[in-house]
Design a protein around this ligand. Structure first.
Ligand code: ZN
Length: 240
């Protein structure tokens, strides 16, 4: 690992505002934001890095996407939120992104795809100059938004995310429904999520297999269809 762990938080914190801006800004509804964050925090607390500070933010962008910056900054787009139907599906999405943070996939992708020199240029004394240069900050943010993961990392995020969501009390079939929705959506219009999160072969098959071997009686676990509808769908103005 090239970027030291404490710099994950520094880099994430430094560029999160610019990334948020590039994604259309926050959805202007505190109740909706609190709900998204509360689901995310349940997952963060049982993750492998429970002491980090996590930020789960809903942004206005119409793409079907979610992304994680190093250090615990996780964004989900309005385009994605509109297509989910239950709290368990939201939990699956946030758990998947949380694994990219805790397994440090985001930092590895950043080092590999953006170059270590460029990453360090954004920090410390020279960082002040860059943050004054709006054009360069925007370019950096766009590169962070476009970070790509490997299929091995995706599988790890899928299966690790499944463990996280169940530990947080959610029905694991929400993960299968999420992936089914993304695959269906991708046939109509390519889902941005699947371009930055390449779909491993047999994703739905291995998720189902893991559920059957490890979580064979998920009946008591939370699905949260009405809760999601009230807290998110009713608050989004769905523009077709
Ligand atoms: Zn992913």
């Amino acid at each position: 690992m090239l970027v030291p762990e404490n710099q994950d938080i520094e880099i994430g914190g430094k560029y999160a505002p610019e990334v948020e801006k590039q994604l259309g800004g926050r959805i202007d509804n505190p109740s909706l934001q609190n709900y998204i964050d509360s689901v995310g925090q349940k997952i963060a607390r049982i993750s492998h890095k429970p002491d980090w500070e996590y930020h789960f933010v809903a942004v206005k962008h119409k793409s079907t996407n979610a992304l994680a910056l190093p250090g615990g900054y996780i964004f989900v787009t309005k385009g994605m939120l509109e297509k989910l139907t239950t709290e368990a599906q939201l939990a699956a999405l946030l758990a998947h992104e949380t694994v990219h943070v805790t397994a440090r996939h985001s930092s590895a992708a950043m080092s590999r795809q953006m170059g270590l020199t460029f990453v360090f240029l954004g920090l410390g004394a020279s960082g002040a100059k860059i943050s004054q240069d709006a054009g360069r900050a925007a370019g950096f943010a766009l590169q962070l938004i476009g970070l790509k993961y490997s299929r091995v990392q995706e599988r790890q995020a899928d299966l690790g995310g499944l463990d996280y969501m169940v530990a947080a009390g959610y029905n694991p079939y929400g993960a299968v429904e999420l992936m089914q929705m993304l695959e269906d959506q991708d046939k109509v219009k390519p889902a941005e999520f699947l371009s930055s999160h390449p779909s491993p072969e047999n994703r739905i098959i291995y998720l189902n297999a893991r559920i059957q071997t490890r979580y064979d009686s998920p009946e008591g676990l939370r699905i949260g269809k009405d809760a999601y509808s009230t807290a998110v769908l009713s608050r989004l103005i769905i523009d077709k």
